[in-house]
Design a binder for this molecule. Structure first.
Ligand code: UD1
Length: 351
């Protein structure tokens, strides 16, 4: 079995990707310092796949500790690098924290990849690299605008670091630009565990519906869009996860035309905040307590993907509809509530 190092494997997209790797006969090696996660999702992974995944609780900003993971695991076929901070607002308040954490971890992991001759590298990037685009949908060729936040800047710089490293080594790489990953594993055994009050729309919706948040604020309904709210490209986390397996296999099969390729991962559908809310209300049968608030600073009006390249070259076909995204997110929130009723709140215990 081919070994794949998954950094940030205890996180939301990382855990879903580990499940998919196992289902495709890869051997995931999980590294996560649990600074923004717990090992709770590893239990869910075991319940789904029957496999116990050990986590290396290692801070990738520590080079020696990172190096030791590579020493212990020979013949790593690929690295999928998820580990990073991702709260846009926090990044504005603490830019140095974001630059230090997101970039030094990346640099360390690339140094190890080079030293241990790891042939394939997949980087978690984001549609945030496009900034506020002049034209939508965005293709991979759409020019990048200045980043709207330090978080966004770490993704732009991260892409550059991976690109340059790829061209200076034998490593082959892929940059995956996620749009808005949402939803949860259909059986609700794994899902998103936001730290503190969620900034992102879908966890904010489900937490409002369950009563953890009093009221959802829609950040603006005066944009020049069809209903006045912002437009995004929501894509199911399992579809995002599967793209990593396809990307890795694409590199292993030497199907890439250049050493570093970029793919947009979105459904190609632009959906407004109010449409997301209405889909949620329909599938959950819950009337959501929401109100319209002011615009959120830094938000862009509309962005969605042209995903033709991922479809054509990776053979990626996102399967989940918006209603299914909302239903799986809701089932996960209900599951968390059941767990809490039974055991207190194990998912939020930090270890
Ligand atoms: C942003 C980044 C994305 C990053 C993500 C990580 C951009 C274009 N996108 O996503 O790259 O990975 O953060 O956190 O920079 N909303 C509400 N009420 C809420 C929460 C959100 O109305 O309580 C609205 C927002 O105004 C926005 C939409 O919902 O229009 C989606 O917001 P969110 O889920 O935070 O994602 P992005 O800001 O698109």
């Amino acid at each position: 079995m081919k070994k794949v190092l998954v950094t940030g494997g205890c996180g939301y997209i990382g855990a879903h990707t580990i499940v998919d790797l196992i289902e495709n006969n890869f051997e995931p090696v999980c590294v996560d310092n649990n600074s923004r996660s717990t090992t709770a999702l590893l239990q869910g992974i075991k319940d789904i796949t029957g496999k116990t995944i050990k986590n290396y609780k290692v801070d990738l900003c520590n080079f020696d500790d990172t190096y030791a993971v590579f020493q212990e695991n020979s013949n790593i076929e690929g690295i999928i690098h998820f580990a990073a901070f991702k709260a846009v607002g926090e990044s504005v308040e603490k830019p140095l924290l974001y630059f230090e954490n997101n970039l030094s971890s990346l640099i360390n992991i690339l140094k190890c990849a080079k030293e241990f001759h790891v042939p394939h590298f997949i980087f978690s990037s984001s549609c945030t690299v496009y900034g506020s685009p002049d034209k939508i949908p965005v293709t991979e060729q759409t020019p990048e605008k200045p980043a709207e936040s330090p978080y966004g800047a770490t993704k732009q710089m991260g892409e550059e670091i991976v690109k340059e490293t790829t061209s200076a080594t034998d490593m082959q790489s892929i940059l995956l630009r996620y749009f808005n990953p949402v939803g949860a594993y259909p059986s609700a055994l794994i899902g998103e565990l936001p730290v503190g009050k969620p900034e992102n729309l879908v966890p904010a919706i489900t937490q409002t519906a369950i009563g953890k948040i009093k009221q959802l604020i829609v950040h603006g309904d005066d944009y020049p869009t069809r209903d006045g709210s912002c437009i995004r490209d929501y894509v199911h986390v399992c579809d995002i996860a599967h793209a990593h397996i396809l990307a890795l296999q694409y590199l292993i099969d030497k199907k890439n035309n250049s050493p570093c390729e970029i793919f947009n991962l979105g459904t190609g559908n632009g959906v407004s905040v109010l449409e997301v809310i209405h889909s949620f209300e329909k599938v959950s049968n819950v009337k959501l307590n929401y109100t319209i608030g002011p615009r959120r600073p830094g938000d862009i009006m509309a962005i969605y993907a042209n995903n033709s390249l991922a479809k054509e070259k990776l053979n990626w076909a996102p399967k989940y509809s918006l209603d299914e995204m909302m239903l799986t997110a809701w089932k996960w929130e209900l599951k968390l509530k059941d767990d809490e009723a039974l055991h207190g709140n194990p998912n939020f215990q930090m270890n």
